[in-house]
Write a protein that binds this ligand. Structure first.
Ligand code: FAD
Length: 316
């Protein structure tokens, strides 16, 4: 049954499905430890109860690092769901990319998210043959034809390194012209920013379906970290209020805080953060986006609560 699922599902195009209905998908990362890898199938099993259309798996920077990513993709297949592998240009040569992607195809993995990748600290370029995701998309189409369905990254607030918002949108249009099938977005907690971007990309001729990346707000330090350590992500007043009201003294990054109410504040932050996430999902759905892609952070229990409360699978 499981082998059948893999081969039968290989032809599925999410970009086509997204024209008919709003999809639900999840994102996992390969755990660093063996214990984490051992526990992951249970997480995947729980996530599959929500019948996601696919589960994607991140790909670490550094090149030729299929390793655990491939193992996680196989776990997703074994659970009867379609894996989408993330794939980056970092440290990857043309030949390396060809070989790795052939290996994915040999394992029945034919959905990918084509990215440039985050540059490791101190690097000024990708250290590989391709500079941008646009080059990777063009290469995959040329080498593999339609064998892969290709998603590409989109940044509703504009990518941090882009010259301008408009340039970044032109880059997205180029990804479409080079053969991308749909867009998966970077986290964005500000609905006004998102609406402005959606409007702008449509005006610029980007017609690809948009699968919205939703980053759940669960932990104070992690939220600040995700917003500011890489993406310069806007935190709207409402989110800032949740952070301020539950501020753990001296700061949320302190491992051993002197704040006697730290535990209560963590719980209160998580509750308010989940409510914020659920409201955001409601708004995205009301906007008619083509899919909700939940960054699971490998935490199935929290995601279960968010899905049940938001009614993604029950309220049409
Ligand atoms: P690109 O689209 O190539 O853009 C990078 C920058 O270059 C932008 O500023 C863009 O405006 C500019 N640019 C692009 N093309 C041109 C051009 N032709 N001329 C001039 N400027 C140009 N990273 C990982 O390492 N592993 C992951 O698994 C991973 N998963 C992700 C999942 C999602 C849904 C998203 C949205 C991002 C993910 N990332 C991941 C992060 C991603 O790698 C970073 O955002 C990275 O910094 C940029 O990748 P990109 O594909 O958007 O790059």
């Amino acid at each position: 049954m499981k082998a059948e699922v893999t081969s039968a599902m290989a032809q599925i195009k999410f970009s086509t499905m997204m024209k008919e209905k709003q999809l639900l998908s999840f994102e996992l990362f390969p755990p660093k430890t063996d214990k984490g890898m051992e526990n992951l199938p249970v997480t995947i099993e729980h996530l599959c109860e929500f019948r996601p259309e696919y589960i994607s798996c991140t790909y670490g920077a550094g090149g030729a690092n299929v390793g655990r990513n491939m193992d996680v993709c196989k776990m997703i297949q074994n659970a009867g769901t379609i894996p989408v592998t993330h794939f980056t240009c970092i440290g990857n040569t043309r030949e390396g990319i060809r070989d790795q992607l052939k290996m994915y195809l040999d394992h029945g993995i034919d959905h990918m998210l084509a990215l440039r990748g985050d540059l490791p600290f101190g690097w000024t370029g990708t250290g590989g043959d391709f500079k941008y995701a646009t080059d990777l998309v063009a290469f995959v189409r040329k080498e593999f034809g339609d064998k892969f369905e290709i998603a590409v990254g989109g940044s509703p607030e504009g990518h941090i390194a882009s010259r301008s918002f408009e340039t970044d949108i032109a880059v997205l249009k180029q990804k479409q012209d080079n053969g991308a099938d749909y867009v998966m977005t970077q986290l964005c907690w500000d609905m006004e920013q998102f609406k402005r971007w959606l409007d702008a990309i449509r005006k610029a001729g980007v017609t690809l379906p948009v699968d919205v990346g939703v980053m759940p707000i669960l932990d104070e330090a992690a939220t600040i970290n995700m917003a500011l350590s890489r993406n310069a992500c806007v935190m709207p007043r409402e989110l800032c209020k949740i952070i301020s009201k539950n501020w753990i003294f001296p700061n949320p990054f302190e491992k051993d805080p002197f704040d006697v109410a730290a535990e209560q504040k963590r719980a209160d932050f998580k509750k308010a953060g989940m409510e914020y996430t659920i409201r955001q999902i409601d708004e995205y759905r009301a906007l008619g986006v083509n899919g909700i892609h939940l960054y699971v952070l490998n935490k199935w229990k929290d995601v279960t609560e968010i899905i049940n409360e938001s009614g993604i699978r029950t309220i049409v």
